[in-house]
Ligand binder design. Structure first.
Ligand SMILES: NC(=O)c1ccc[n+]([C@@H]2O[C@H](COP(=O)([O-])OP(=O)(O)OC[C@H]3O[C@@H](n4cnc5c(N)ncnc54)[C@H](OP(=O)(O)O)[C@@H]3O)[C@@H](O)[C@H]2O)c1
Length: 309
């Protein structure tokens, strides 16, 4: 037997249970991963609380929980391509990650993903990359971020934000990031100039950057989109990852699937070079899954929340 977080019906964190389940095994073209760390994202509890959201990922209850993982391959089925027992790996496995063992295709089929963990990258860091690292890269690519830009980043201290801020700084941009006041020092340490979100955002940004903002990405919803449009940023230089496929104002909707392995290489390279840090807001043993999800669902996380197995 092995343990997995499962739920029988969709609902709040109380539906999540850590149960003994039969051990899965790798079939042809698959590997089994002994998971050590699972990364927690808003998507995970949005899926487990909403049948409509779950259906978009092909998930029906009862189901397992979680997407991002890091660990070690401990079984390789016949024909598993490019991976062998003992390989350190990370990736995404829809509704499977919060478990002692998961089985994933090798190669993986989207939305699942499987990558080799570079030497020097810990499992804790690797488990943050497939969703938030890639999404931050996509959010900046969608607006063609370049040196000399002044970019406004909405929700800059969250899981995606911490990567977006640092990637934008590395690209040579001036970064203004929205947060609540208690988060300002955290954002400054990442290299962003903080500004409070909420009504009057455009005026506060104008005061901080009287010469103008040239690009923006909204990692929370549409408030930053609205402020950027009000500040005269062209719609093609504004992206959002959190407003569905048709955001207002003709701005660009994007997400992690718009970035790929080359972006991961760039991010892990920057981490190994000490040019990007990966803030971990909290780490919970998987037994405390409900507490972990409740903390994340409150939406005031700075960096990432991890589960250990
Ligand atoms: N499309 C995709 O592929 C994709 C991928 C990943 C995530 N997403 C979505 O993107 C969003 C961000 O994900 P995440 O992991 O970064 O979330 P997160 O870690 O939960 O974000 C938390 C951050 O949001 C900030 N925040 C809270 N209320 C805010 C407000 N009213 N306006 C602006 N910021 C606010 C908080 O700042 P304070 O603590 O200072 O309040 C906190 O730092 C989620 O909706 C997620 O579902 C989409």
């Amino acid at each position: 037997m092995s343990r997995a977080v499962i739920y029988q019906t969709f609902g709040d964190p109380e539906v999540l249970e850590l149960r003994d389940v039969p051990e899965p095994h790798a079939g042809p073209g698959e590997v089994r991963v002994r998971v050590s760390v699972a990364g927690l994202n808003p998507m995970d509890w949005i899926v487990s609380s909403s049948p409509e959201a779950a259906a978009m990922f092909g998930v029906t209850a009862p189901a397992g929980f979680g997407y991002e993982f890091a660990g070690v391959v401990d079984e390789a089925g016949p024909g598993a391509d490019g991976f062998a027992v003992g390989d350190r790996v990370y990736g995404g496995a829809m509704a499977k990650a919060a478990a002692d063992f998961l089985v994933v295709g090798a190669p993986a089929q989207a939305p699942d993903a499987l990558y080799r963990t570079p030497d020097g990258i810990s499992d804790e860091v690797a488990a943050t990359l497939p969703v938030t690292g890639l999404t931050a890269a996509a959010a900046l690519q969608a607006i063609g971020l370049r040196a000399g830009d002044t970019v406004l980043i909405g929700g800059a201290a969250g899981g995606v934000g911490v990567f977006a801020v640092q990637l934008a700084k590395l690209a040579g941009a001036r970064v203004i990031g929205t947060a609540s006041e208690g988060t300002f020092d955290f954002l400054r340490q990442l290299g962003a100039e903080p500004v409070t979100y909420g009504p009057g955002l455009a005026d506060r940004v104008r005061a901080l950057a009287p010469d103008g903002v040239t690009a923006a990405t909204d990692l929370f919803g549409t408030e930053t989109v609205g402020a950027a449009l009000a500040l005269g940023v062209p719609p093609e230089r504004i992206s959002t990852i959190a407003a569905g496929p048709n955001p207002p104002g003709g701005v660009r909707a994007t997400g992690g699937s718009d970035a790929g392995p080359a972006d991961l290489d760039r991010i892990t390279g920057a981490i190994l070079a000490g040019r990007i840090t990966v803030p971990i807001a909290a780490t919970f043993p998987v037994e405390q899954i409900r507490d972990a999800v409740a903390l994340q669902a409150a939406r005031h996380t700075h960096g990432r929340i991890l589960l250990t197995l």
